[in-house]
Design a protein around this ligand. Structure first.
Ligand code: ADE
Length: 265
């Protein structure tokens, strides 16, 4: 067989990583509805049972493939084994992120998903935000220092060139394990100065930071938290259409990343 020419993807990928370019991207997504358009977009394939990297019994699902010189792994926490719904929230997100970092050693994590947005902070349905900061809004521990640990505020990995190039909105993200918003959550979200609210971001950021893996957060707004409509109704109504906007934004981010070094982002 002839040696591969420099035009071939494998050779291009090897050349790029030799020059310090990003080669392995891990996409962490909570819901199947959010994940499947990206699986199709990047022509990823589901890891077969015999190539599963995750421990037996975990519902976590991995899709993988090559795209423009990048190896992409997309993971979602799968369906709850008892109830059959998507395993949304911080616990499942942290677990699948932890296992994926250990086993896949990504150069970069993209946590993509839907979020509630605050119109008072400039969010509208279908807007896509890149989170500049993340924090929790439902971990209240009123003891000195534990209070800050509970909030877990941190800056995300800075990507000034992605922001400039892709024209995405930038805002702070607040994470909690509820779709709705209690009065306690509301005051914590206000004090976190959040523009968007989700159920996974700060948990993914915590794990990514533990293992020094750069992570970025792409969040598309399905519902207006400070609007008139009931959150769950508005979320379900907009989920499919907003997922298309999310898909488009993640595609643009991945296209931008292709061939670049972490320091170019
Ligand atoms: N995901 C989509 N909308 C959300 C909301 N209002 N709160 C938390 N996560 C969400």
């Amino acid at each position: 067989m002839a040696p591969p020419s420099s035009e071939e993807p494998a050779a291009a990928s090897a050349e790029a990583s030799a020059a310090g370019a990003i080669s392995k991207v891990l996409v962490v997504i909570a819901m199947q509805t959010e994940a499947l358009p990206l699986v199709t977009r990047f022509q990823l394939v589901e890891a077969a049972a015999d190539e599963s990297i995750f421990p037996k019994g975990a519902p976590w699902t991995r899709y993988h493939g090559e795209y423009k010189g990048l190896h992409i792994d997309l993971v979602w926490p799968g369906k709850d084994p008892l109830l059959g719904v998507d395993s949304v929230g911080t616990v499942s997100a942290a677990l699948v992120t932890y296992a994926s970092i250990q086993l896949l050693k990504p150069d970069l994590i993209i946590n993509a998903g839907t979020a509630g947005g605050f119109k008072a902070k400039g969010a509208g349905i279908g807007d896509v935000f890149l989170a500049s900061d993340v924090a929790f809004h439902d971990r209240r521990i009123p003891i000195p220092v534990f209070d800050s640990y509970g909030i877990g505020a941190r800056k995300t990995f800075e990507t000034p060139n992605i922001v400039k190039e892709l024209n995405l909105k930038v805002g702070k993200l607040s994470t909690g394990d509820s779709l709705d918003m209690s009065p306690h959550d509301e005051s914590a979200i206000l004090s976190n100065e959040a523009t968007v609210k989700d159920m996974e971001g700060a948990a993914v950021a915590y794990v990514a930071d533990l293992f020094s893996t750069p992570a970025i957060f792409v969040k598309a707004v399905t519902d207006i938290v400070d609007g008139e409509k009931p959150t769950a109704e508005e979320f379900l109504q907009n989920l499919i259409s907003v997922t298309m906007a999310l898909d488009q934004a993640v595609l643009q981010v991945v296209d931008f990343i292709s061939g670049k070094c972490i320091s170019d982002l």
